[in-house]
Design a protein. Sequence first.
Length: 146
Amino acid sequence: MVAVMYKKILVALENSTADKSLIPHIKELAKIHHSHLLLVHVADGWVARRYEDFKLKESDEMIKDREYLEETAQNLRKEGLAVSTHLALGDPPQEILKIAEHQKCDLIAMTSHGHRFFADLILGSTIEEVRHQTTIPLLIVKMGQR
């Protein structure tokens, strides 16, 4: 009998081409460990960050992100995987950390763009913030790797 090491994996998706590097790795890992995949995308546009405060209508960004999560989940379910989705709103690192802890995830999977120091200063680094604040193991897949 194989012990399940990763019962629940939080998969942080960007709704970008970067996800194409991450999903194959996660799919195989989930098959090996019989893991439940929690697909998470954090909408961080103006409406998403103020959605609750002002009781706003969902933005086009949020609607498209929700559709993307569900489409990705359906494709993974067709391969026999257990998948749920969560569209979070706000600051990506903080939301990923909060959801991973609340959902008792055993692994957080993310894609790295391979930025260097100056790009990280300008663009920020979700991975760096998550890495420094979590005790949950991380799987980082560099964009473009298969």
